[in-house]
Write a protein that binds this ligand. Sequence first.
Ligand SMILES: [Zn+2]
Ligand SMILES: [Zn+2]
Length: 263
Amino acid sequence: MTCHLRVLGCSGGIGADLRTTSLLLNDHILIDAGTGVGDLSLDELRKIDQVFLTHSHLDHICSLPLMADAVGGSRDKPLKVYGIYETIHALQEHIFNNVIWPDFTKIPDAKNPFISLHLIEVNEPLKLGKITITALPVDHSIAANAYAISSTTGTLVFSGDTGVSDAFWKAVNQQKQLKHLIIETSFLDQEEVLAVISGHLCPSLLMSELDKLDPKACHPEMQIWVCHLKPDGGDAIMQEIDHHANTLAIKPQKLTRGTILSL
Ligand SMILES: [Zn+2]
Ligand SMILES: [Zn+2]
């Protein structure tokens, strides 16, 4: 197995056993730092060398400041945090600002800090050993991106938070051997207006978005996973998706915490 993604959290909110977005890639790369990170042991937290953020909304970053504090002092190199300009700027301005949280980009000193912040550009692949990570465009209520994760054996795309987006699907359709597509659906169909103004999807919008997927990009056994369901709509959202999905070749499944996806 060259590449495995462990789902630490994939809910659109908290409550009981729900955890917000956090995906652990090969034990040392974190995609988003939602509340799922809090279930990791200190040893597991210490092994994480890179964090790739989709955007600066709290449900995707809330564990980052706490994680930096928990293991920053016992790591021998900075935790590298990657994001597009707006995401990195928001972290500097609103989180690591010595008001909400200490500026761990300068603690204990600027040469060897607990964390370092790194800009990424959309559609520019970054190679990390045998894995390539590429930020893809999406349309959300703030600047955000999806990620494509590729190994020699296949690709996984994680949408992060997005509403209707032609740019996202254009980028997805340029992938090769897409084995897993993780796509958000936050709201019920009756909440479509809310979904649209907040840059999210509901089941009927998911169906029209999936129509944009080019089968040529897909592995023959590709799976589609639904995430970011709002806690009070969870099962009903999946029922609506099941209802709509009767005619689809690939039926979307609910992504759950603890799932491990392989490439
Ligand atoms: Zn968001
Ligand atoms: Zn979110």
